[in-house]
Design a protein around this ligand. Structure first.
Ligand code: NAD
Length: 427
């Protein structure tokens, strides 16, 4: 049966709703998104032909503030994937305690096959189709898989043309100098490592003596690697997609991976050139090899459903921590095994919340029209991430629950309280 991320998000919610003893009316409200939009986007292609793309925006819950969440360009994107990601955004904003709700968007497309002008038309068409449903006080998009600052600025430009004004708070992840915040590019990856550093402290692990295996080499993975290396860790391998061979590969070097040299031989999609990597002394292993390395730390930072019932038992017995950089990388079946093996897990919506936290800082700066220096942004980010981590860890210890459940308990409780206060549900 095909993996359905929304069913997984609901399964996770149901189990925590049970633990928290939530009322039926809260469960009914939070199990499903409040609003969902599916739109057709007819685009004129560069060769003069027309093509229709499917676009989505899902607003899961805005009880704590305007919805917030990225827009992904992903081949085979489905409404259920977007629903799941929107749901996780609600919990993510709540767990780091920023006054925002959860939303997500997507377009079913493959950026490998689209020119920049076609991508620009697609961005503008998505905004035109949804221009009255999204906005600075309703729902604020951001970059995600395969979308970058230049996509955000095209979307902002279209939104401002429609609404006749300047609305820099409409979208985040904008380029610096065009309403973007310093530190936003690095924020998700750096946030992952902030939580990992705190976890190492709690577990009495000296991070400088640790090794890690990373899945992915895109935005999240790259900056997670950068921060982790700066703290003294050693990366044994990274993995990424290879669009020529239509499969993924793991790039391993036992002596340690040099991310700067790998970046030099990778493209804008985070895909490393395997011929050049081999020449630099990397072993090129199958894509799944990242999970079976004898390391202390695993960081899945590519996509969902990567640690599942079929491969969870391949995790080496040296692994002490899994820090989930990607959204939804671990299935509930794999969670059971990780729990039983006592591997410490930093759950996705806490671990990768640095991006949305910095997006929130970007909105704040845009609203003030005053921008902070990079150090100030990154300091504030560290404080937010460390304090969110601390609360989740404490809850996990106090209630003797799995870290994912602890994070859910904090987040769902906050969202439920906000909804009850508004009269949307009964306690
Ligand atoms: P990206 O497009 O920049 O990079 C994705 C990376 O994953 C690329 O290196 C790609 O080659 C690799 N990849 C794709 N398929 C693979 C496979 N089958 N095996 C191994 N590697 C594969 O994306 P990103 O922004 O780094 O996002 C990665 C994950 O993090 C996604 O789950 C995303 O939803 C999540 N996330 C991103 C942000 C953000 O700020 N960018 C924030 C929170 C969560």
């Amino acid at each position: 049966m095909a993996f359905n991320p929304f069913e997984m998000a609901q399964k996770q919610f149901d189990s925590v709703a049970e633990k928290l003893g939530l009322s039926e009316s809260i469960r009914e409200l939070l199990r499903v998104p409040m609003r969902e939009f599916t739109v057709s986007l007819p685009i004129r292609m560069d060769d003069g032909s027309m093509k229709v793309f499917r676009g989505y925006r899902v607003q899961h819950n805005d009880g704590r503030g305007p919805c917030k969440g990225g827009i992904r360009f992903a081949p085979g994107e489905t409404l259920d994937t977007v629903r799941a990601l929107a749901t996780w955004m609600t919990w993510k904003c709540a767990v780091v305690d920023i006054p925002l709700g959860g939303g997500k968007g997507g377009i079913d497309c493959d950026t490998h096959t689209l020119s920049m002008t076609e991508q620009e038309r697609l961005c503008r068409a998505w905004v035109r189709a949804l221009s009255s449903e999204v906005g600075p006080v309703q729902d604020v998009p951001a970059p995600d898989m395969n979308t970058r600052g230049y996509h955000m600025i095209w979307m902002l430009d279209e939104y401002e043309a429609i609404h006749h004004g300047k609305f820099p708070g409409f979208i985040t992840g904008k380029p610096v100098g065009s309403g973007g915040s310093l530190g936003r590019t690095e924020a998700t990856g750096y946030g992952v490592i902030c939580t990992l550093k705190e976890a190492c402290k709690k577990l009495g692990i000296d991070i400088t003596k640790t090794t890690a295996s990373i899945q992915g080499f895109g935005n999240v993975a790259y900056y997670a690697c950068e921060r982790y290396l700066k703290l003294g860790g050693k990366i044994i391998c990274v993995s990424c997609w290879d669009n020529t061979d239509k499969c993924s590969y793991t790039f391993k070097r036992e002596a340690g991976v040099d991310i700067v040299e790998l970046k030099r031989i990778s493209n804008e999609h985070g895909e490393i050139d395997k011929v050049q990597a081999k020449a630099l002394g990397y072993e090129i292993l199958p894509g799944e090899a990242w999970i079976e390395q004898k390391v202390d730390i695993l960081i899945p930072a590519a996509l969902e459903n990567q640690i599942n019932a079929t491969n969870v038992n391949k995790i080496a017995d040296t692994v002490k921590i899994i820090a989930e950089g990607a959204n939804g990388p671990t299935t509930p079946e794999a969670d059971e095994v990780i729990k039983a093996r006592n591997i410490y897990l930093i759950p996705d919506f806490l671990c990768n919340a640095g991006g949305v936290t910095c997006s929130y800082f970007e909105q704040v700066q845009c609203n003030m029209n005053y921008f902070w220096p990079k150090d100030e942004v990154l300091d504030k980010l560290d404080q937010k991430m460390a304090s969110a981590y601390e609360k989740v860890h404490e809850m996990a210890v106090d209630k003797k629950v799995y870290m994912r459940d602890a994070a859910y308990m904090i987040a769902i409780d906050r969202v439920a309280n906000a909804c009850v206060a508004r009269g949307w549900a009964m306690k």
